[in-house]
Write a protein that binds this ligand. Structure first.
Ligand SMILES: [Zn+2]
Length: 269
């Protein structure tokens, strides 16, 4: 089971890297050997460890939905497809606010910031998450548990994972197609802005599947002001590649000198 979970994500990332080789959008100024071991090591550890806790919560909520059928959506007399669509929207909405909170609450930012320390963005960046990140994501599982709909919970997890890998993939999407797609779903260039080294840009484009939440809540940025190249991505306070190895990243959330999140990330009152 654990091996299966690691393999499925590695397979997604492997397929995305093959696409990058064929349709690569930009050449990385950073040697891969300085980033990939940390990215893939963190990803495997997260799935081996706390990620399983999340999977269990999802599995329990799915089983609960199947057997009891008393989730909010299970009680509605709607057509099944309509219920599924509504479920996706509600969970995606929760993901948007969960992500936004991770940029504004200092404790959550300490965990999420590891994802933003990557000095380049490619499919392996998807795996660059601290093992504690899975505990933060438990909010989604809780929403799913309350809503019901059983197995769709597990389906959403796979969909979310696929979107996450695709949005970090370094591929060129034709400009016209990208402009049309980003009205509805997250594209690589859309999510690239979220990895910008400029704070106000990093605190925008929070969406993970559907993009209308960013437009609705005023956190949409069309394009980064930084030209793609050295210095375009990562955290301004953590740019030394020597301090971004696997163990340094593991311990980063616990460092006393950890920078606070940018106040611009906090929702307007
Ligand atoms: Zn983020």
């Amino acid at each position: 089971m654990i091996l299966h979970r690691i393999l499925s994500v590695l397979l997604m990332i492997g397929a995305a890297l093959a696409l990058e080789l064929l349709f690569g959008r930009r050449r990385s100024p950073r040697p891969r050997r300085s980033r990939w071991p940390a990215n893939l090591g963190l990803g495997c550890l997260a799935r081996l460890g706390t990620g399983n806790l999340i999977l269990w919560v999802h599995a329990i909520s799915a089983g609960w939905g199947y057997r009891v059928g008393r989730g909010f959506f299970d009680r509605l007399g709607w057509d099944l497809l309509v219920k599924y669509a509504a479920f996706l929207l509600v969970v995606d909405f929760a993901q948007y606010w969960g992500h936004r909170l991770q940029h504004s609450v200092p404790l959550l930012w300490r965990i999420h910031a590891i994802h933003h320390t990557d000095l380049e963005v490619d499919a392996t960046t998807t795996a660059r998450v601290h093992p504690l990140q899975a505990l933060v994501n438990i909010a989604t599982a809780t929403v799913a548990l309350m809503l019901g709909l059983g197995g769709i919970v597990l389906g959403f997890r796979t969909l979310k994972q696929a979107f996450s890998v695709a949005s970090h993939t370094n591929v060129r999407v034709p400009a016209l197609l990208d402009r049309v797609l980003r009205w509805f779903i997250v594209t690589p260039s859309y999510h690239l802005v979220h990895h910008s080294a400029i704070g106000t840009e990093m605190n925008s484009n929070y969406c993970s599947v559907f993009t209308f939440w960013d437009r609705l809540f005023g956190t949409y940025t069309e394009l980064s002001r930084l030209p793609v190249g050295p210095g375009a991505f990562g955290l301004a306070e953590r740019r030394d590649p020597m301090r971004l190895g696997f163990w340094r990243l593991m311990l980063l959330p616990f460092r006393p000198d950890f920078p606070s999140p940018d106040p611009a990330a906090a929702p307007a009152r």
